[in-house]
Design a protein around this ligand. Structure first.
Ligand SMILES: Cc1ncc(COP(=O)(O)O)c(C=O)c1O
Length: 261
């Protein structure tokens, strides 16, 4: 891949770094790496400060790698609804990244990039001195939850489902369930139908509660659902239909479908 494009890999493990270095140096190449640091999300990443400095000194010995900078992921504060609270938590996290950068610069380790940012924190990152790269992603499509934290981005992504049963006048069943739309960030919303709410998701069924009896839903009707999490919904599908002004412009294959490695 590095032969045809610019590849930059996040690393936080010496054995993994050694393997990457061997693969690239065997081909006479070097690859850029960012050292991932844990600024509070407690996912991947080394603790900030000294452990990163010690790690970087070791990495410098690997011939196939070029240390380009640091990567921080402040995902733990991205969905805090109150902006001031989100900003406070995010700044504490970003300070840890910048202090670590300073420590590395003091030890003559090259740091060009300090990468951070999500859809909920991109503005805070953009105003934080020292952050050079923003990795916001969900904003491209947005969702019901992302709209709540960053309303400036339009939701550009819905799932089209069909009413398959009307067991009573206040209950409609659609053919979309957990196999077609995620609910890890909450139940999806029903688009454009006042008084109609998604109540529950089963594997291949969704149950709509109808409070507005004038909605006149019937079997065969199309229902658009607004996902609460694009990332975990997209991977459930083979294709995405891209529509502009009611005209189908593209059909994209979803390459990440079924991929977990
Ligand atoms: C490491 C990392 N950076 C950036 C992002 C982008 O965050 P968002 O989708 O909220 O824009 C993600 C999303 O999961 C992530 O895992």
């Amino acid at each position: 891949l590095a032969e045809i494009g610019e590849v930059c890999v996040a690393v936080d493990n010496l054995e993994n770094a050694r393997q990457i270095s061997k693969a690239t140096s065997d081909k006479g190449m070097k690859i850029d790496v960012l050292i991932e640091i844990d600024v509070g999300t407690h996912r991947c990443g080394l603790p900030p400060g000294k452990p990163v400095q010690v790690f970087a000194k070791e990495l410098e010995k690997y011939r196939g790698l070029r240390i380009k900078g640091l990567m921080a992921y402040e995902g733990f504060c991205s969905h805090i609804l109150d902006f001031k609270e989100r900003e406070k938590a995010c700044k504490v996290a970003l300070d840890k990244a910048i202090q670590t950068r300073d420590l590395l610069l003091d030890s003559d380790i090259n740091i060009e990039v300090v990468s951070a940012g999500t859809t909920g924190t991109y503005k805070i990152c953009a105003n934080h001195p020292g952050i050079t790269e923003i990795r916001a992603g969900s904003y491209i499509l947005s969702s019901a939850t992302h709209k709540a934290i960053s309303p400036e981005f339009e939701v550009a992504f819905t799932l089209l489902s069909t009413v398959i049963s009307m067991p009573s006048k206040n209950r409609a069943i659609i053919d979309a369930g957990r196999n077609s739309i995620s609910h890890d960030l909450g139940l999806p919303l029903v688009e454009g139908l006042e008084g109609v709410k998604l109540r529950s998701l089963w594997d291949e069924h969704g149950v709509l509660e109808i409070k507005n009896f004038d909605s006149k839903l019937d079997v065969g009707d199309k229902i658009e659902l607004v996902p609460t999490h694009p990332c975990t919904t997209i991977g459930l599908h083979d294709k995405m239909f891209c529509i502009k002004d009611d005209v189908l412009e593209f059909v994209w294959d979803i390459k990440t479908r079924g991929k977990f490695f």
